[in-house]
Design a protein around this ligand. Structure first.
Ligand code: GTP
Ligand code: ZN
Length: 357
């Protein structure tokens, strides 16, 4: 027997007979993995979820507590979604792709977490505005925000930037950590208590997989350089999305959660490189690519040294990374839209008595 309370479950008043409570640890296509007192089971949704759900936000996702009817010989059936105490969701445009509805649907990507770790890297493009936006998102989610400054080993003396963050955001705890050498990780023990659940929010490359690996004390995610071009190859070690840490706390890491971290990469670059982008106004052609065009203000500034070459290279490297991030987001959204429009068509086909119109 597994005590579901170790998974953060709190007793509900009455469980209808024949039903078993559980927590969703994984979601692949339309099949769920659910941990219950009787062990792990795979489950699908009861048909009425598809017929009566007001919107996609009523669909169970990773982190949800549910009641299911156990099936010893096949997929169990998820009957009820239990109330959520926190959630992250994102707009989902798949309805448009399927031509199914004109409204933008809310898709829930993680639920029932206690803490939102906002990961940020303290390099020169660090910006408090972006952090504030993550904070707003975190507070709206119902989770408690904690700021984690990553890659402490690369920043040298941390005390000044740390003090700056603490001053601008006095009411949120801040911790500096290094996932490679373990520095500062013990400060996180206070949050990583048995039964507690954490989600990570932060831009691509900030070190989410590395932190998860460090906390898992073993490698569960494949960490790759963010310049790596193959997004499909990532995270191939396991598809599990709710991780039980050795401490007894859990981390939810879903693709949807990762997408939330990408929303303002463009803006982040703009804020960090205004000195570079201001020069574009001096170019003769408004669509100048700053490569070999006549009258290019960037090339002139590089030639006379008023724009240091390293600064320019850093900017173009960031732009390149950002494009990669956007492509990856686009890829994920497209992929979701496709699989969901297939699901919707299937549902429509079912409604039409098994015949496609
Ligand atoms: N020096 C140093 N490098 C780190 C640390 N944590 C992560 N990195 C490096 O930063 C890069 C990105 O790390 P990931 O953990 O893959 O970042 P992520 O946030 O999971 O990225 P996405 O999967 O794109 O969302 C890798 O090259 C890591 O090795 C750290 O504490 N110190
Ligand atoms: Zn130019």
């Amino acid at each position: 027997m597994i005590d579901l309370k170790t998974y953060g479950y709190t007793d509900i008043e009455e469980i209808p007979s024949g039903l078993l409570p559980g927590r969703i640890t994984e979601l692949r296509r339309e099949r769920f993995t659910v941990i219950t007192a009787q062990g792990e089971v795979t489950a699908v949704l009861k048909g009425s979820f598809y017929h009566s759900a007001e919107s996609r936000k009523d669909f169970p996702c990773v982190g949800d507590f549910v009641l299911l009817r156990r099936n010893e010989s096949g997929d169990s059936l998820i009957i009820t979604l239990l109330p959520r105490r926190s959630k992250f969701s994102r707009a989902n445009y798949s309805g448009h792709a399927a031509g199914y509805t004109k409204t933008i649907l809310e898709q829930v990507v993680a639920t029932n977490f206690d803490y939102v770790f906002i990961l940020s890297f303290l390099n020169r493009d660090f910006n408090v505005t972006r952090m504030m936006r993550y904070l707003t998102q975190a507070r709206q989610s119902g989770g408690q925000p904690v700021i984690i400054l990553t890659k402490a080993d690369l920043t040298g003396d941390f005390s000044l930037p740390l003090a700056e963050v603490k001053q601008s955001i006095p009411d949120v705890p801040v911790h500096a950590v290094c996932s490679h050498n373990g520095l500062g990780l013990n400060e996180l023990d206070a949050y990583l208590m048995p039964g507690r659940t954490v989600v990570f929010l932060g831009m691509s490359g900030v070190g989410k997989s590395s932190l998860l690996n460090a906390l898992m004390e073993r490698k569960v995610m494949t960490v790759k350089s963010i310049r790596e071009d193959d997004s499909r190859g990532r995270h191939t070690t396991t598809h599990r999305q709710l991780f039980m840490l050795p401490s007894g706390a859990m981390v939810i890491d879903t693709p949807g959660m990762r997408e939330l971290g990408l929303f303002d990469a463009d803006e982040g670059i703009r804020a960090g490189f205004s000195d570079v982008e201001e020069r574009f106004e001096g170019c003769r052609f408004h669509d100048c690519r700053h490569e070999s065009e006549p009258g290019c203000a960037v090339l002139a500034a590089l030639a006379d040294g008023s724009l240091p070459r390293e600064r320019w290279e850093r900017y173009t490297a960031q732009q390149h990374e950002n494009k990669f991030v956007q492509d990856k987001t686009g890829y994920l959204i497209h992929k979701n839209a496709r699989s969901q429009s297939i699901a919707m068509q299937r549902k429509q086909t079912k409604k039409n008595g098994g015949w496609k119109k």
